[in-house]
Design a protein. Structure first.
Length: 241
């Protein structure tokens, strides 16, 4: 029975999810990996709760939100086994609002933000990713690649934070080679950090790839792909829900 006894699942969503998983599996195969090693993160920004419930009924459990305020209204409406990911920029003045709500924060882009999180978490550990601007585009958030290894060292030493890996946003370009270069750069940084003395085995995640470039990202080692439009339709006029 669908969540909440609802009926009338949108067949377009089911079809798109099946096609997406098929493409993810093929990309994983080309890189010699199992599809099970890659998490599909549904980017649900601006989509209504009904759409998220449809996704849940189709087996998705990882949902990504860009805005804290929007997520606050959605989190209580879904079952507790959903894993919520904050993928948008987090300002230090909103840290208190996210504590205890998001399982993962992908967008830790400064030591200052990490220290703010660490100091306000009363107990337990917050799963985080370090955001790196591998494309060099000035409009994007994230640390410069040259600062990533040292930043990871500092984050690994902070209490109440569990640094699980790195995140990047690919460049806005039709040139796929530039996107692959950005993903390759992140993977190289990831591998360099893994070689650091004391780096835990739990440092094992690469969040990279979206609707337009997830296959290239998977082939370059992504373990989390953040897909919105390709799965859920145009955000301005949601196609499902």
């Amino acid at each position: 029975m669908p969540l909440g006894g609802r009926t009338g699942m949108n067949p377009d969503l089911s079809r798109r999810l099946s096609e997406l998983r098929g493409r993810m599996g093929e990309a994983a195969g080309r890189s010699g990996r199992s599809p099970d090693s890659i998490t599909l993160l549904a980017v649900t920004k601006t989509h209504p709760i009904e759409t998220l419930r449809d996704c849940y009924d189709l087996g998705l459990r990882d949902f990504g939100e860009n805005r804290v305020q929007e997520a606050l209204s959605k989190i209580p409406a879904l079952p507790p086994d959903v894993r919520w990911h904050l993928i948008g920029q987090l300002q230090t003045n909103k840290i208190n609002k996210v504590l205890g709500l998001f399982h993962w924060i992908h967008s830790v882009d400064s030591i200052r933000l990490a220290e703010g999180l660490s100091s306000r978490i009363p107990e337990g550990n917050q799963e985080i990713l370090l955001e790196v601007n591998t494309s060099g585009e000035p409009t994007k958030s994230g640390l410069a690649p040259g600062d990533a290894v040292q930043a990871a060292r500092e984050l690994l030493s902070l209490p109440h934070l569990r640094l699980r890996g790195l995140m990047t946003v690919g460049p806005l370009t039709a040139d796929r080679s530039k996107g692959r270069d950005a993903f390759k750069r992140l993977r190289e940084l990831f591998e360099a950090i893994r070689r650091e003395p004391g780096c835990p085995r739990s440092f094992d995640q690469l969040s990279m790839g979206m609707s337009s470039d997830f296959e290239d990202a998977i082939e370059e080692g992504s373990t989390i792909v953040r897909v919105g439009t390709l799965l859920l339709g145009d955000r301005s006029q949601p196609a499902v829900g």
